[in-house]
Design a protein around this ligand. Structure first.
Ligand SMILES: [Zn+2]
Length: 394
C-alpha cells in the first residue's frame, strides 16, 4: 500500500511529515497501552512504575524515528504492561544492558545489583568499556542502600564497584577475557598478573572473595553447597555462583536456590536442542569476543558448526569484533559462515585458516553439513529469527 509508505515512511529515512504522523500514532498507542496497564503505571510513581514508564518511552521513541521496525516495537511494548500487572510480586529481577544500568538504577533504588563482567560489545554505540564502567561506578556511589555483588576476578568490574556507597560482596566468578583490562582502569598502568591475583601499583587489586567455586562446590565464607547444573560450561557455573550470591542476599535458603538453579535447562532458547530432519541442532548465543571465548570451550571437539552473525541495531552495526575472536582455536570440523553478515564471518575464518563454506541462510547452510549433532552459534537477531523459523517448523 503506497499511501501507508507515503504517510508513515520506511526505515530510518523519514521526512518531517512521516515523523509527525508516527508521533501522533504512537501517542494514541501509548494511551491504549496505559489502558491495558491501568493508570497506576503513571499514577503512583513507585520505583517499579518508573522503570516501566522509562522503558515504554525509550522503546516507543524508536518507532517514531524509525530506529526499530514499527510493528515489532509496538508488540514488544505490550509485554511491559503485563509486567506491571503482577502487583503481588515481592521482587522484580531486571536484566539491564550495562549502558542503561545507571539510568535504571537511579529511578528504582534496587536492593541489590549483580555485576558479572564488562567487555567490548556493540561497538557502534559502546566504544569504550572504561566509560561504561565509569558510568556504573557513578551510580553505585549514589546508592547507599544497595548491596553490590561484583565479580572479583574482572578488573573493570572491581574498579566500577570499589567505591560503591553500599556494601559490596566480592564473588570469584572468573574472567577468561582480559583484552579490555590489560591496563589498570583506575590509573592506566599495566596490571601485574600472578597465578594468585592481579594488582596495580596504584592499589587497585583483586579483592578477597566471599563467594568462590571449589570443584563441584559453591563456597561461601561460612558454608558451601554442591552445585549441580543443567547448563554447560564454566561461564554458566560462574553465572550460577553469582545467582546464588544474589539469592543469599535476598535471604533465600541456599539449598533451595541451588535446587532451583539446577532445574534451568535453557535460557530463552539458548542451549536448547531441536531435531530437524537428519540434524540435532544445539542453539547457542554469542555476541561479542568475551562470549565467544567462553563459547569455544563449550563446543564439542568435532561437532559441525554454523556461525550466524547479523548486524542489526540489537546486534550492533559494527562487526569488527569478529577479529577479536580466537577462531583459530577451533578444532577442525565442518563449519558454515552464515547470517546476514556471512561474508564478514567467512573472511574472518579465512584469515584464521579455517576451512568453511559461506551460506547466508542458516537453514540452507545446515543442509550442507553431515547428519547428526550440529552446534549453531548465533548473535542476537540471527539467533531469535532462526529460533522462530525452527519453531514454525520451517
Ligand atoms: Zn592502577
Amino acid at each position: 500500500m503506497e499511501w501507508v509508505d507515503t504517510i508513515f515512511g520506511h526505515g530510518t529515512d523519514l521526512n518531517s511529515l512521516q515523523m509527525s504522523t508516527r508521533a501522533i500514532l504512537i501517542f494514541f498507542i501509548t494511551l491504549l497501552l496505559l489502558r491495558i496497564a491501568g493508570i497506576r503505571t503513571f499514577g503512583k510513581k513507585s520505583a517499579f512504575d518508573n522503570v516501566i514508564t522509562i522503558l515504554l518511552g525509550s522503546i516507543l521513541s524508536r518507532a517514531v524515528v524509525g530506529a526499530s521496525p514499527f510493528i515489532p516495537t509496538i508488540l514488544g511494548c505490550l509485554a511491559l504492561p503485563a509486567l506491571a500487572e503482577r502487583l503481588d510480586a515481592q521482587r522484580a529481577v531486571l536484566e539491564i544492558d550495562e549502558l542503561h544500568l545507571a539510568s535504571v538504577a537511579r529511578c528504582c533504588d534496587p536492593s541489590a545489583i549483580v555485576l558479572l563482567n564488562l567487555s567490548r560489545d556493540q561497538l557502534d554505540r559502546a566504544t569504550e568499556v572504561r566509560w561504561t564502567a565509569a558510568s556504573i561506578a557513578g551510580v553505585l556511589s549514589e546508592l547507599p542502600e544497595t548491596t553490590v555483588l561484583a565479580n572479583a576476578d574482572d578488573p573493570m568490574t572491581v574498579w566500577a564497584a570499589e567505591n560503591a556507597a553500599g556494601p559490596v560482596e566480592w564473588v570469584a566468578a572468573g574472567s577468561k577475557w582480559r583484552a579490555d583490562s590489560l591496563s589498570c582502569p583506575r590509573c592506566g598502568r599495566l596490571l601485574v598478573e600472578t597465578k594468585a591475583r592481579w594488582s596495580c601499583d596504584c592499589g587497585l587489586a583483586q579483592p578477597q572473595p566471599v563467594w568462590w567455586l571449589d570443584g563441584e562446590l559453591a563456597c561461601h565464607l561460612d558454608s558451601s553447597i554442591p552445585l549441580s547444573l543443567g547448563l554447560p560450561g564454566e561461564v554458566n557455573r560462574a553465572n550460577a555462583l553469582m545467582a546464588l550470591a544474589a539469592a543469599g542476599r535476598a535471604r533465600v535458603p541456599l539449598r533451595q536456590a541451588g535446587d532451583a538453579i539446577a532445574q534451568v535447562r535453557q535460557v530463552a532458547g539458548r542451549y536448547a536442542t531441536i531435531t530437524r530432519g537428519r540434524h540435532v541442532i544445539r542453539l547457542l548465543l554469542a555476541k561479542n569476543p568475551a562470549g565467544w571465548s567462553a563459547m569455544l570451550s563449550m563446543l564439542g571437539t568435532a561437532r559441525p558448526l554454523i556461525i550466524a552473525v547479523n548486524a542489526r541495531d540489537a546486534d550492533g552495526r559494527d562487526t569488527s569484533w569478529l577479529w577479536d575472536v580466537d577462531f583459530a582455536a577451533l578444532d577442525p570440523r565442518p563449519i558454515a559462515a552464515s547470517g546476514e553478515r556471512a561474508a564478514d564471518v567467512g573472511v574472518r575464518l579465512s584469515y584464521a585458516g579455517i576451512d568453511h563454506h559461506t551460506e547466508p541462510d542458516p537453514l540452507a547452510a545446515l543442509g550442507r553439513l553431515p547428519a547428526g549433532d550440529v552446534d549453531l552459534v548465533a548473535n542476537y537477531t540471527a539467533f531469535y529469527s532462526l529460533r522462530q523459523r525452527l519453531a514454525a517448523g520451517e
